[in-house]
Design a protein around this ligand. Structure first.
Ligand SMILES: [Zn+2]
Ligand SMILES: [Zn+2]
Length: 369
């Protein structure tokens, strides 16, 4: 049992409190990690702000972290103390039907227990005043020390600053990976929504060799940032209104090769699909819609060769493929410069969420001192 400083979310819409929690050591197949840095992502906020009430509280949030392995439990073979790692909210067990298929990065081996806020044996490793505290997304990176199943730990090169590497745990990989999977050299690409994920789609599209990258967002600051990350054309959708799709089709000789949507707005998802070209145009959805929402799609659009698809964690298999993204970051093929607007101590966790809520931060990174 070790002691760990952690930000505890007791209930939605109540400030998190910094606590000293007890962390039970790793059991069989588990890894104890000292988290050095963690990003603050919108998926944490939807729990903290009570938008999604499906996650059990009290819990230690945080799912975009990087750190160093401290101790491994019995039967752990693929990581050892001292390894630099990124905990994964999407596991890669290697043995389930999805992992064996070679067709997807989605592995649900940990999902059931993960969504109940516990590890695979059905219990939590965190305690506060003798009471269990739930895990969140299987990662809980707002605790300096956290325990994660081995199948949800990605080892990365040790020369990357962990305050940068943490962004590989969610935003950077989600955006860059999605683009790398579907963009071909010379493509014309549209990116709807230029937030933390969108701007990473832009740099991923550039890395994949896109000839033209059209960024669409009503916020001029986000458009400026996207330009720095490689967007070649920028559109404010507001003055165009319903003429946006026609405008994009006009400027691209019949529609884009690939479009991406990361805003989570249904109308925008539909626009992203409708601006793809006949024959092979592909629309990739990344934004998270309101519970139960639907979009209308005209079947003829699909029949004439378009594809509507989605992407989870950028289509990247966390354990076997994340290293490639760490390499791209180290080589400067992709960058996090300009993505992180605020670097704060973990004690400022509430402030970091307030900066997000008020739109003052593009990304905050919290450091466990
Ligand atoms: Zn995230
Ligand atoms: Zn699996």
């Amino acid at each position: 049992m070790i002691q760990s400083r952690a930000a505890v979310c007791h209930s939605a819409n109540q400030p998190m409190t910094m606590e000293t929690v007890e962390v039970e050591g790793p059991k069989s197949g588990e890894v104890l990690i000292e988290i050095k840095a963690t990003g603050v992502c919108h998926t944490d906020a939807v729990i903290f702000w009570g938008i999604n009430a499906n996650s059990p509280l009290p819990a230690i949030l945080g799912h975009e972290g990087a750190g160093v392995v401290v101790e491994v439990g019995p039967d752990v073979e693929t990581v050892r103390p001292g390894d630099h790692v990124v905990p994964l909210y999407g596991a890669e067990c290697g043995t389930c039907r999805q992992c064996r298929s070679g067709r997807t990065n989605i592995c649900w081996s940990t999902r059931k227990t993960r969504d109940l806020g516990v590890l695979l044996d059905g219990t939590a490793r965190f305690r506060l005043n003798g009471q269990p505290i739930h895990h969140f997304m299987g990662t809980s990176t707002f605790s300096r020390y956290t325990v994660v199943p081995e199948v949800a730990v990605a080892r990365i090169r040790s020369d990357l600053p962990l305050a940068q590497a943490c962004l590989l745990g969610c935003g950077v990989t989600t955006g860059v990976g999605a683009a790398m999977h579907d963009v071909r050299p010379g493509d014309t690409v549209a990116v709807f929504g230029l937030g933390g994920v969108g701007v990473n789609i832009v740099q991923g599209a550039r890395a994949a060799g896109a000839a033209r990258i059209i960024g669409i967002d009503p916020n001029p600051m986000k458009r400026d940032l996207a330009a720095r990350f490689g967007a070649t054309d920028l559109i404010d959708p507001v003055p165009l209104g319903p003429r946006l799709v026609a405008a994009i089709i006009d400027m691209t000789d019949g529609g884009v090769d690939v479009s991406f949507e990361s805003s989570g707005e249904l109308g925008v998802m539909r626009q992203a699909f409708e601006c793809t070209c006949v024959g092979w145009g592909t629309c990739v959805l990344l934004g998270v819609e309101p519970d139960g929402a639907e979009i209308g799609v005209r079947p003829v659009m699909v029949r004439y060769g378009r594809t509507l698809k989605g992407s989870y964690f950028g289509g990247v298999k966390g354990r076997s493929q994340l290293g490639r993204y760490a390499d791209m970051l180290a080589a400067g093929t992709i960058t996090v410069d300009g993505l992180v607007s605020h670097t704060l101590p973990i004690d400022a966790v509430n402030e970091a969420f307030e900066l997000m809520r008020t739109g003052q931060s593009s990304r905050a990174v919290l450091l466990h001192a």
